[in-house]
Ligand binder design. Sequence first.
Ligand SMILES: *Cc1c(COP(=O)(O)O)cnc(C)c1O
Length: 397
Amino acid sequence: MTDFNATRSRFDLPEDLVYLDGNSLGPVPRDAAAAVARVVTDEWGELLVRGWNDADWMGSSTRIGDRIGRLIGGPEGTVIVGDTLSLKVYQALAAALALRPGRNVVVSDSGNFPSDLYMADGLFRTMGSAHELRIVDPDAVSDAIDESVAVVLLTEVDYRTGRRHDMAALTAAAHAAGALTVWDLAHSAGALDVDLAGCDADFAVGCTYKYLNGGPGSPGFIFVSESLIEEVRPALSGWLGHEAPFAFDLDFRPDPGIGRMRVGTPPVLALAALDVALDAWEGVDMADVRARSIELSERLIAGVEASCPTLDLASPRNPDNRGSQVAFRHPEGYAVMQALIARGVIGDFRAPDLIRFGITPLYLDEADIDRAVEILIEIMATDAWDTPEYRMRKAVT
Ligand SMILES: *Cc1c(COP(=O)(O)O)cnc(C)c1O
């Protein structure tokens, strides 16, 4: 059984705050500052360039990749960290397309995060290829997969509504048509009990600053299935994906394993923060996290629906079809969220009209949910959101 009191005590959250935005930026682990300071002082400071060997900075991208792999059903040697999620989307899609020559359709859905679609479009233009993006309704993905499809590119959990795709079923449908899958786990890794190997997923990508609490701008990750890795020719073939980077060969020869998906120098300081953040997941059973997430989400939905008739649930009602976030619609959602934030309840807003709450059992409990609901009820009952100040949009919503 996971000890959620122990996981909660690993985070430094201000007392007077209810933090429901861990799906956008996870909070700082209590040990992060000291861990990063130690790497700066003892490793960078003392070892200088020797740190690459003596502190195994060079091995950190696969070592930390394996730690993430354990949370998403990726066996050892199938996950590596580095770069940003957007770059990892590009890399995974390029690799998958190269494995399906003669097919020119990439299926995605209208609930996908725009950056994933932009990266696909940019990749097609760089390739000068005749590939086309077939963007369909989330419910129509399965029907859109036919023999012309090279790759199915999906985000498992919709960043706005929290709607969750059936990864196993859609992966099987893609394979039945001879297509490959690229799963974006931005709202899955650390949020759900993902089983990449069990679903026979081909490629997956994700970020570490949301549910994994790696800190603002912490690196992305990529998974490639064991059965494909040897066939993958990396499109972003940087020197650190080479079999022998320090041979300085003029020709690129890929690393035999997942190392080939590394591009350049690992971000050592960012990885130090991510590494300590992953300590919070030691001894945590993702099935327990999922069960708690559903309990807390149901409590939030019930509390809001009982007393806020102008807020409409935008997330699937059935928890099986939902990730670890809950969204409500309101025509003045932005102002509502600003009023909440001003009262110490931090969620976020997604255009055009969604207020969004991340449910993160590692550091949230019933008391947090109840406090958030109580404050939201008060704001809605008194129209406290209805001020010019709360309607003024900031750059990051
Ligand atoms: C957060 C998110 C991203 C962000 O990509 P970055 O390159 O890390 O900025 C991409 N895709 C999805 C689905 C996301 O939710």
